[in-house]
Design a protein around this ligand. Sequence first.
Ligand SMILES: *[C@@H]1O[C@H](CO)[C@@H](O)[C@H](O)[C@H]1NC(C)=O
Ligand SMILES: *[C@@H]1O[C@H](CO)[C@@H](O)[C@H](O)[C@H]1NC(C)=O
Ligand SMILES: *[C@@H]1O[C@H](CO)[C@@H](O)[C@H](O)[C@H]1NC(C)=O
Length: 476
Amino acid sequence: MPRNFGLALPSLLAVFGVANAYWLMGANNVLTVQRMDPIISPGHVSGHVHAVLGGSNFAFQTSTDLLRQSECTSIPIPEDKSAYWYPNLYFQWANGSFTSIDGGAVIIYIRFSAQLCVQYDLRRIVTHGFADYLFSGTPGATTAFPDDFRMFSGNPSLRTYDPNSFAQQAVTFLCLDFNGVSTRHNGLPNTACPSGIRSQINFPSCWDGVNTDSPTHKTHVSFLSEGPDQGTCNDPNYPVVIARIFLEVYWGTSYYDQFRSQAMNQTQPYVFSYGDRTGYGFHADFINGWLPGVLQGALDNCNCDPYGDPTCCVQQGLFNMTQGQTCRITNSVDEQVLGTLPKLPGNNPVQEEGQNAVAVPDTTTPGILSPVYVYTGDTPSASGTLATPPITVTSVTASTTSVSSPTSISVPSTSLPPVTSSLSSSHATSTSTPPPVPTTSRTTTPNGLPFTISIPTITIPSITFSFPPLPTWFRS
Ligand SMILES: *[C@@H]1O[C@H](CO)[C@@H](O)[C@H](O)[C@H]1NC(C)=O
Ligand SMILES: *[C@@H]1O[C@H](CO)[C@@H](O)[C@H](O)[C@H]1NC(C)=O
Ligand SMILES: *[C@@H]1O[C@H](CO)[C@@H](O)[C@H](O)[C@H]1NC(C)=O
């Protein structure tokens, strides 16, 4: 049930300032868009396409240590070389083809309650995604992520909505209308959104205090006692308060709404990379890559601006900021994932609302390119060459409508990676062969080349809410 978002705002704004602290980081750009997922499919081509924010040492496999050595990060705080990733969105045409939608993200780091950030960035100019770090205003109350901490929020196989599930409450969508009223939805909105769609996801913010990961990548952490954005860490199994990461991804869907009459499904033409038109399976992943000590210092002391502008935290010496400085890596997976494609990479069929999606094996694993080049402008100095050829498995009778057991797949050689499946939530099927990890040598664009800062200019017209003046950093 969509909520009238506008009406909720003033009270949230009033609640803010009192007990909560957060800062917003609008990602400078998306680091890469590829079938990679070092948490769910370490060492393998992952089942579906992700957009990635963060440190340039993101790869098939990575760690806090490797991320910290990244040459650059697409996060504006250079001390944050963490990796954040989420599925990419596509428009599905009536003929079955898909066209990728540009996304941008904001990361919000929060100590305690969240909704407050939501209201505010309705009017900011969204660039490439934001992550919000939310945390309590009390120094020492929130613990920084330990080394190698990683976690996963959401579940790509979901195609139904359980309103009582905190994990599902953690995923929401805004149907944006900057000239009218934006509404909040539990899934992708079944209506055209004049100013685009924003997917939002909370990560859990209570930790067991011991494990940096768990078999499902979920059970070492939990949501707050009353839901993803309210309550306390009162479960004795998860006593440690960690920063709540709230990841907002803005999707520029409004351009494609003019083509709705040519869509496969005119009610809801957008599909996530794992074959989801509902949005209930939206998910996101995080691996800590903060430089030692910086996050703890920020959680203890970055509480100087009620609207989450971290500029004053920079003035306090808590971290640095490099707005507009891009960071990208060249592809490791040799396949096209952007533009118009005949099918979703990984051969993920769209599985409609009603029952959980089933894993559908793909018969082809694309080739692997090596090395990876890191670049800060728009164009890499070079790109990798084919290091592992593509593999096609012929003995599978993969059908897009039936469940195929992974045991029916015969992999031609043990030196080759296993067939990827569209839903990577079951780990047991992907451990049989050693991963084809390409070399990790990287080259940077030669110094001295002026790089172009390309921030898409999505101009947000005036809206009906009355807020305090926008800080100037929101506009850049
Ligand atoms: C499907 O339609 C879209 C939009 O008209 C077009 O760009 C694409 O090439 C078509 N795909 C095929 C396989 O014909
Ligand atoms: C179109 O999408 C809507 C929203 O997900 C869904 O309810 C409906 O069943 C879809 N229609 C078809 C024909 O798949
Ligand atoms: C900010 O950048 C400077 C120069 O690179 C560095 O010396 C300093 O440690 C950074 N500050 C923090 C808090 O990391």
